[in-house]
Design a protein around this ligand. Structure first.
Ligand SMILES: CC(C)(C)c1cccc(C(=O)NCC2(NC(=O)c3cccc4nocc34)CCCC2)c1
Length: 235
């Protein structure tokens, strides 16, 4: 799977995306993250990529020309135009279901905004979909793009070693994780629940599912409501 990222800060991606799981997946050729510097396409003599907003207001807006020319350049030899996702506060909020959908794409182009945003005509011209990572004010779309690349890449076949419980989409059962414990069994007098030391795998499985359901109900009633609906259907 290939990600082309249109950004003003390509270095951010070159550093972060070569680490850990994504880095290994790139070495194995399963994932490719290609960061493109929008500024390289500016025709302005000072390489400007932003300008004042029509109608006034504080802050600057990213101009059309460099972004559209960058898009046209990377797609000029492509018969099938890849889906273009603008990382945007106005997008539908990313979740595991959307990540799963996106992981079936061969090639995605991610556009990262900066300043106050991008000229609306860029969205009209090249953007297929807007995706947000959540409702808070950020400086740019770069961190959101990295979040999307991380959660989508993990779902691409071969990126995660199979023994990792998250490599199968089935592991994401729509619930929060049960409490995790590791050695020592007694830390400062705080003991690990006996059930986990019992060796009864069926009982352990039951306990874990019960814990997941209880904590989802308590911490994320919205997520629990979806779980209940889907499980009522299957019951
Ligand atoms: C209502 C609320 C969401 C709080 C809001 C209202 C108005 C502006 C902003 C805001 O953050 N604008 C700045 C920019 N933000 C993002 O790009 C961005 C932000 C959040 C999640 C994201 N997922 O992808 C990209 C994302 C847009 C242009 C450069 C950065 C946020």
């Amino acid at each position: 799977m290939k990600f082309d990222v249109l950004t003003l800060f390509p270095e951010l991606f070159n550093i972060v995306m070569r680490e850990s799981i994504i880095g290994r997946a790139q070495e194995n050729g399963i994932i490719k993250v290609n960061a493109i510097n929008i500024r390289d396409y500016s025709k302005d003599k000072h390489k400007k990529v932003d300008d004042y907003p029509f109608g006034g207001g504080t802050g600057m807006v990213m101009t059309c020309q460099p972004v559209i020319d960058a898009y046209n350049d990377i797609t000029k030899d492509m018969t099938v135009k890849p889906k273009v996702i603008y990382m945007s506060p106005q997008g539908r909020v990313l979740n595991q279901k959307i990540a799963k959908e996106l992981s079936t794409e061969e090639h995605l182009i991610l556009l990262c905004g900066h300043y106050e945003g991008i000229d609306e005509r860029i969205i009209e011209e090249i953007v297929d979909e807007e995706i947000s990572i959540g409702d808070y004010v950020l400086t740019g779309g770069e961190l959101p793009a990295m979040v999307l690349i991380d959660c989508v890449s993990r779902l691409v076949q071969g990126v995660l070693a199979s023994e990792n419980s998250y490599s199968e989409e089935s592991h994401f059962n729509g619930l929060l994780e049960y409490p995790q414990y590791t050695r020592p069994a007694d830390y400062n007098g705080k003991k690990v629940p006996d059930i986990l030391l019992s060796g009864h795998h069926a009982n352990i499985e039951k306990w874990r599912t019960q814990q997941s359901i209880e904590r989802t109900k308590q911490k994320r009633p919205d997520m629990y409501e979806v779980y209940e609906r889907t499980h009522k259907k299957n019951l």
